[in-house]
Design a protein around this ligand. Structure first.
Ligand code: NDP
Length: 444
């Protein structure tokens, strides 16, 4: 970090106390930007502005549970940066959600969205609501209450939320229904991740997982290799993980392990997606039920870590800081060649050092998981033109976007004398585009 950036960083720490995830995300970007700041000192002031969200909204979400008891949650929407387009980023419903987590996600989203090359700014939101164990009607009442406040802050030209952890097609449906009812407008472009019959896009559910695998496939191709015959670990078993597993299998690799917050499974013959979807999407149950249904030598690991299992490629697709230094050492020891982040910031800074030090190819989430938001932007395009594209065409667009994100990261890393460092490439390429737009728009 340069001295001037260190000064900005100190201000960020002072003005945002008690927000460790946000500090971590800012530090990771600042650590990459020294060569840019030396070349363009005018960007330092821009960075100071970029660290301050344009708008932060925190609100009460009251709702009634099935026993008639009033429950209170906290809702968040952080509209971080709109230099390139309307704020864009998901909503997360999870008990761990707080301002620090929403700000780290929103900050990362600025650079990720810039890398897609599409006209979208950065934002993020959510609630500390825990959907686990809640009935369908409770989920609906919560979503309706959440939207009753959020609707006044969003719009297709203003801020376009989507899903994230705990927010899938069901929740987007209830949120969109309430928005439509309150505003009396069928404004499809206000939310993405919608169902196909009501303004959604083909490939959006698959996009983040598929996109992460396309990104890693580009890394493999650059080395003259492919997924064919590779053993792969995928953490999580939610939206991103499920479709990462599907694409790895389509490209000839075998996913031999996946996880949820209760533990992990090892299935050397390859994770059976039909069974996984039945357990996680239909029954909304623990992974142990996968082992019961699949049998066939499948094992449940409840202690230790998925990352201790020997494999060629690791795709962390669950949550932030889920792959630590010990995990990284285990991956290196077992000969892992590539770690590609499907989740946001799943690898701790210490683990990244271990992986990079050992020459493991590392794809940072803000580049590797950009396929989700990119396809959301394609959904917005279809909504704006009242059109709907085929699966094949949309997947081809996604694949092209991921190749372009990969190439930008590689070329930018080379341009700034960091060959092979895709973290530097992603941060610098994402930053420069937003910084130039902010300079052009004046001090606002
Ligand atoms: P989901 O809620 O669909 O799935 C999350 C999965 O991670 C669940 O299987 C959950 O298990 C598991 N999990 C949570 N914590 C842990 C843990 N500590 N160890 C192992 N597994 C864990 O979320 P998504 O798939 O949508 O999101 C996953 C990640 O990808 C997040 O970081 C998100 O921000 C990021 N992302 C998502 C995008 C999207 O389009 N959905 C776009 C870009 C990034 P359980 O079932 O037990 O809760």
């Amino acid at each position: 970090m340069t001295d001037s950036l260190k000064d900005v960083y100190d201000v960020v720490i002072r003005r945002n106390p008690g927000e460790p995830e946000f500090h971590q995300a800012v530090q990771e970007v600042f650590d990459s930007l020294a060569p840019v700041m030396r070349k363009h000192p005018e960007y330092v002031d821009v960075m100071t502005r970029m660290c301050e969200p344009e708008r932060q909204i925190i609100f009460r979400v009251p709702w009634t549970d099935d026993n008639g008891k009033v429950q209170i949650n906290r809702g968040f929407r952080v509209e971080f940066n709109s230099a390139l387009g309307p704020y864009k980023g998901g909503l997360r419903f999870h008990p761990s959600v707080n301002l620090s987590i929403v700000k780290f996600l929103g900050f990362e989203q600025i650079f990720k969205n810039s890398l897609t090359g599409l006209p979208i700014g950065g934002g993020k939101g959510g609630s500390d609501f825990d959907p686990k164990g809640r009935s369908d009607l409770e989920i609906m009442r919560f979503c309706q209450s959440f939207m009753t406040e959020l609707y006044r802050h969003i719009g297709e030209y203003t801020d376009v939320p989507a899903g994230d952890i705990g927010v899938g097609g069901r929740e987007i449906g209830y949120l969109f229904g309430q928005y439509k009812r309150i505003t009396n407008r069928y404004e499809s472009g206000v939310l993405t991740g919608k169902g196909l019959a009501w303004g959604g896009s083909q490939v959006r559910p698959e996009a983040t997982g598929y996109g992460a695998v396309f990104f890693v496939d580009n890394m493999l191709k650059a080395k003259g290799e492919s997924f064919e015959g590779k053993k792969v670990l995928v953490s999580g078993s939610g939206n991103v993980a499920t479709y990462a597993i599907e694409k790895v299998h389509q490209l000839g690799g075998t996913v031999i392990g996946c996880s949820d917050s209760s533990g992990y499974v090892i299935d050397e013959k390859g994770i059976d997606l039909d069974i996984l979807k039945e357990v996680k999407e239909v029954r909304r149950a623990r992974l142990s039920e996968y082992v019961d249904l699949r049998g066939n030598g499948t094992k449940l690991g409840t202690d230790g870590s998925l990352w201790n299992v020997p494999a060629d490629i690791a795709l962390p697709c669950a949550t932030q800081n889920e792959l630590n230094e010990d995990d990284a050492e285990a991956l290196v020891k077992n000969g892992c060649q590539i770690v590609g982040e499907g989740a946001n910031m799943p690898t701790t800074p210490e683990a990244i050092k271990v992986l990079q030090g050992a020459g493991v190819g590392f794809a940072p989430g803000k580049a590797a998981n950009a396929g989700g938001v990119a396809t959301s932007a394609l959904e917005m395009q279809q909504n704006a033109s009242r059109d709907s594209w085929s699966f094949e065409y949309t997947e081809e667009r996604l694949s092209d976007i991921m190749s372009s994100v990969h190439d930008q990261c590689v070329q930018t890393a080379e341009e700034y004398n960091e060959p092979g460092n895709l973290i530097a490439g992603a941060n610098i390429a994402g930053f420069v585009k937003v910084a130039d737009a902010m300079l052009a728009l004046g001090v606002i």
